[in-house]
Design a protein around this ligand. Structure first.
Ligand SMILES: *Cc1c(COP(=O)(O)O)cnc(C)c1O
Length: 363
């Protein structure tokens, strides 16, 4: 029995997995049509020459660009492609004409490798105040702070890599814009998962996670009217991958994005309710947080190596989840957690199997 009404249809258009795949936050399972779209283009490239094949698909590329742009609240011409979200952030920081000793404000769920990029670029990083122990940005406190001081930009992970908290991005954008501060959103864990039309100035993300597109494709969109100093060259480094992503986005829009977001939020809640407290593992984020990214903190006294061992044991039992170490969200997580990220076709029996497995690994 699927947890969602959409489960059967979503499952039917994919190959049968050999494991309980609860790891969309690492990479979601691509549909057959997405894989076929990608391979069909590779065949065309070998048949006719890559540049010819790309020219022949010009209208498809344009259509795909419009669809992805609409999903993230930008215009098609603002969008450009890279091979990963990380590469998008690098391209942004390299091309953005920021003053020396610039300042960026981030949320507590900031992705560790992003902090490394800021440091590499010599940016001073400051953490925005949190409204609760979960790390949601306190928008009122932020509004107050912005009256006295303005960073060069705010960078926020709409959802981070180490926890399922959804940041209030539209509200952050509103108060930031009132103070004249641009907002950059890392939507690597958010696109295809929660609503991503937020009014932000610059957004970037990746194909392979909740959108279930191919690996090796990232995208960035820079609002043309907001920031004129950023000029990111468009690049079509991996056209077959771009077409695969286009197919994945088309499938999402065909089901209906709001419906998918609603169901993923419900799946997150079902998963948290099923697992919380079992064998002294505790759900980290609020049970009703509207995301399907779920983290479980281990029983007291567990070391990171114990959590890694638990993840390996689960894999041996045929259950794929991630051991999320503290580097993923270093401002927030001190300990390693199990990250469970089911997509639309998760079954009750898979959650039951996970629950009984962790019961024997706790107390
Ligand atoms: C996965 C992830 C990234 C990096 O995405 P890549 O495409 O692997 O570069 C960035 N930010 C967050 C929050 C992520 O989860």
């Amino acid at each position: 029995m699927y947890c969602s009404d959409l489960g059967e249809q979503w499952h039917a258009v994919r190959i049968e997995p050999t494991i309980a795949h609860l790891d969309a936050a690492s990479a979601g399972r691509a549909s057959r049509a997405t894989i076929d779209t990608l391979t069909a283009h590779l065949w065309r490239e070998a048949e006719r020459g890559s540049y010819v094949a790309v020219r022949e698909q010009k209208e498809v590329f344009a259509r795909d660009r419009r669809a992805l742009a609409s999903l993230i609240g930008h215009t098609p011409d603002e969008l450009s492609y890279r091979d990963s979200a990380r590469a998008c952030l690098r391209a942004l920081l390299n091309s953005w004409n920021l003053p020396v000793a610039s300042t960026v404000w981030v949320a507590t769920n900031e992705f560790g490798p992003n902090l490394d990029e800021f440091e590499r670029r010599g940016l001073a990083v400051r953490t925005m105040p949190a409204a609760d122990v979960y790390g949601h940005v306190d928008v009122d406190a932020l509004e107050n702070m912005l009256q006295f001081e303005q960073p060069d930009f705010i960078h926020v992970c709409q959802i981070g890599s180490g926890g399922g908290v959804v940041q209030p991005v539209p509200e952050i954008v509103e108060v930031a814009h009132y103070a004249g501060v641009p907002v950059v959103v890392d939507m690597a864990q958010a696109v295809g998962h929660v609503p991503t039309v937020t009014g932000a100035d610059i957004v970037y993300g990746t194909s392979r996670k909740w959108l279930t597109g191919p690996r090796g494709v990232g995208f960035i969109a820079v609002r043309a009217d907001a920031i004129r100093t950023v000029e990111i060259e468009s690049s079509e480094a991996f056209p077959a991958g771009g077409l695969g992503l286009g197919q994945a986005v088309a499938e999402l829009l065909e089901i209906g994005q709001q419906r998918v977001f609603r169901e993923l939020a419900r799946i997150g809640q079902i998963t948290r309710e099923r697992l919380d407290g079992i064998g002294s593992w505790e759900v980290v984020e609020p049970i009703e947080e509207p995301s399907a990214l779920v983290t479980l903190a281990p029983p007291p006294g567990w070391q990171p190596s114990d959590v890694r061992a638990a993840q390996r044991k689960l894999r041996e039992l045929g259950i794929l989840v991630t051991c999320a170490d503290s580097w993923r969200a270093p401002l927030m997580n001190e300990q390693s957690v199990l990250r469970i990220s089911p997509h639309l076709d998760v079954r009750r029996s898979e959650l039951d199997a996970l629950a009984s497995a962790i019961r024997t690994m706790g107390y």
